[in-house]
Design a protein around this ligand. Structure first.
Ligand code: TTP
Ligand code: MG
Length: 379
C-alpha cells in the first residue's frame, strides 16, 4: 500500500479533553531490549552453560528469587521474580548462578556506546533496555528499520549477545513491538499498521496496564486492544480514574512522550530476602539499618545524594509494597534514612503480616548531566 496516499493514522479521530487533535506519526522510535540479559552474559562467558537451563538469582536453598533465566529454563516455566526454590522444583537440572551486577553494568555501557554511534537521543530504562529516537541520526540513515537491524547486528558482533527491537512512531508501540519476535528478532509497526497491531494485542501485553487493571478490564469483557478501543474515554475514566485516559490514548496509538536522554533514573539501594519470615518490627528496623549503612557507603563512594527515601517490603504471600518520603534536601545519611524508614514502616502492614524481603533506597538525585551512570539494586 502506498504510504503517501494514506490518510495519516487516526488523525482527527481523537479529540482530547482540551479539544485539540494530536497525533505525531513522523517520529522514528526504536526500543531495544536484550534477550535473557544476565543469563545470556553468563552463557557467553562460560561455553559450558550454552544450551543449558541457567538461572541467575538467589540460591535455591535460600529464600532468594530468580532475576532471570535462559530461554532453555523458560521452557520449564521458570521466570523472573519466581522463588528460586520453585525454579529448582520446576527444573531440577537448572544451573543456578549468583548475579554479577558490576559485570552486567559494564556490558550495558558497552551496548550504550553502540547506540551512541547512531544517536544521542537515548533514554535508558534499565541496564538492558532503552528507547532511541532516530528521526534524525548521526549516520543520516532514513530507515529506522535498517538502523534497528544494524544495531542488533553490531551488538551481536561486538558483545556476542543478542537483543530484540521494536520500531514504530511512538514509545508505546516500539516497546510492545520489541517483545513480539524475541529472542533476536524485530518487529516494525508503521503508522498504517498500528491500528491492526493494537487490535490483536492481548490486554496483558499492554505496557503500563498492570495485573490488577488487566483483571478489571477482563471482568469488563475487555480482552484485546480491539475491545479496549470500543470503550469511550469517559467510560475508561469512570472505571480507572486518571489512568483511564492513558488507556484510551494507547488503545488509539496516541503517545507523544518524547525520548528523553536527560531522564537518567538513578537509585542506590539494597534489599535482602530474609532467611525466615519476620513479624517483629524492631528486628526489621535493625535489618534496615544495616542496609541503610551500605546505601550510605555507596552514596559516599559515588558522591551522590538523593531527595527521596524508598522503603520496600515483600510480604510472605509475595505481595510487594513501597512507601516513600521526599525530603526538602538531598541526603546520603543512613541515620536520616532510618529516621524516615521507621515512619514509612508504620505505613505498611509489616508486623501484622509476615515479611520476607526488606529494602531501602535513595532516589531522586539532582540532575547532573555529566558522568551519570545508572545504578540498580544490588541483589
Ligand atoms: P528483562 O528484559 O525483563 O528480562 P531478560 O532480558 O532477562 O529477558 P527477555 O528480555 O529476553 O525476556 O530484564 C532484564 C534484566 O533485569 C534481567 O536479565 C534480569 C533483571 N531482572 C531482575 O533482576 N528481576 C526481575 O524481576 C526482572 C524482570 C529482571
Ligand atoms: Mg531483556
Amino acid at each position: 500500500m502506498n504510504k503517501a496516499n494514506q490518510a495519516p493514522f487516526f488523525k482527527g479521530s481523537f479529540v482530547n479533553p482540551s479539544g485539540e487533535t494530536s497525533m505525531d506519526n513522523s517520529r522514528k522510535i526504536i526500543h531495544i531490549d536484550m534477550d535473557a540479559f544476565y543469563a545470556s552474559i553468563e552463557q557467553r562467558d562460560n561455553p559450558r552453560l550454552k544450551g543449558k537451563p541457567v538461572v541467575v538469582g538467589g540460591d535455591p536453598c535460600s529464600r532468594g528469587v530468580v532475576c532471570t533465566c535462559s530461554y532453555e529454563a523458560r521452557k520449564f516455566g521458570v521466570h523472573s521474580a519466581m522463588a528460586s526454590s520453585k525454579a529448582k522444583k520446576l527444573c531440577p537440572q537448572a544451573i543456578f548462578l549468583q548475579p554479577r551486577m558490576e559485570h552486567y553494568q559494564q556490558q550495558s555501557m558497552q551496548i550504550r556506546e553502540i547506540f551512541m554511534e547512531y544517536t544521542d537521543m537515548i533514554e535508558p530504562l534499565s541496564l538492558d533496555e532503552a528507547y532511541l529516537d532516530v528521526t534524525v541520526n548521526k549516520k543520516g540513515m532514513p530507515s529506522a528499520t535498517l538502523i534497528a537491524r544494524d544495531i542488533l547486528y553490531q551488538i551481536k558482533l561486538r558483545t556476542g549477545l543478542t537483543a530484540s527491537a521494536g520500531v514504530s512512531f511512538n514509545k508505546f508501540l516500539a516497546k510492545v513491538a520489541s517483545d513480539v519476535n524475541k529472542p533476536y528478532g524485530m518487529k516494525v509497526v508503521p503508522p498504517w499498521e498500528a491500528s491492526a497491531f493494537i487490535d490483536t494485542l492481548p490486554i496483558g501485553k499492554f505496557h503500563g496496564v498492570g495485573k490488577v487493571t488487566a483483571h478489571k478490564l477482563k471482568n469488563l469483557g475487555i480482552n484485546t486492544g480491539a475491545d479496549l478501543k470500543k470503550m469511550t474515554i469517559h467510560e475508561l475514566i469512570r472505571h480507572f480514574g486518571k489512568n483511564g485516559s492513558y488507556y484510551y490514548e494507547i488503545a488509539h496509538a496516541l503517545d507523544n512522550r518524547p525520548v528523553d536522554p536527560s531522564r537518567i533514573r538513578k537509585s542506590v539501594g539494597r534489599e535482602t530476602t530474609l532467611a525466615e519470615d519476620v513479624n517483629d518490627r524492631t528486628l526489621m528496623l535493625q535489618i534496615l539499618a544495616e542496609l541503610a549503612e551500605e546505601v550510605e557507603e555507596t552514596l559516599l563512594r559515588i558522591q551522590e545524594q538523593g531527595r527521596t527515601i524508598v522503603l520496600k517490603i515483600k510480604y510472605d504471600d509475595f505481595q510487594s509494597v513501597t512507601r516513600s518520603r521526599t525530603l526538602l534536601h538531598d541526603t546520603h545519611s543512613a541515620k536520616e534514612m532510618m529516621h524516615h524508614a521507621e515512619t514509612l514502616l508504620e505505613k505498611t502492614e509489616a508486623g501484622q503480616r509476615n515479611v520476607r524481603l526488606l529494602g531501602i533506597s535513595v532516589t531522586n538525585f539532582p540532575n547532573k548531566e555529566s558522568g551519570a551512570i545508572q545504578l540498580e539494586f544490588d541483589f
